[in-house]
Design a protein around this ligand. Sequence first.
Ligand code: HEC
Length: 105
Amino acid sequence: MIPPIRSIVPGVLIAAAIVPLPAAAARPAPATLALGCSGCHGTGGKPQGITPVLAGKPEGELLRSLRDFKSGRRKSSIMNRIAAGYQDSDLVELAHHFATGGSEP
Ligand code: HEC
């Protein structure tokens, strides 16, 4: 016999509260965030083409550029749109990642 729906729902809610959310709750590693940049800026910020080199630039300079792209203070048709998609904490991690040329996560 099928139990009435009112007796099932609380059990489902309790199960959902106990089971941890694995990947959804975890923040991506900086190297994973940086995958969105490597197509243009190269792995570790060392591009093959004309896109600016990020590797080895001072971390503070990279972070200022990223924040200025996000806020629109610095104009770039590409980077304004890209930076807008990241939280400030992501920009901090990305600046650190590229300042070390990708050698630190
Ligand atoms: C579609 C290509 C593309 C992608 C993807 C991209 N960028 Fe850029 N980026 C550019 C271009 C082009 C410039 C030069 C813009 C300018 O100076 O007007 C630039 C400039 C920059 C600068 C300033 C560099 C300097 O020396 O002034 C930083 C910092 C930067 N990008 C970081 C990133 C980060 C971090 C990501 C990933 C979240 C990223 N970019 C993704 C194309 C891209």
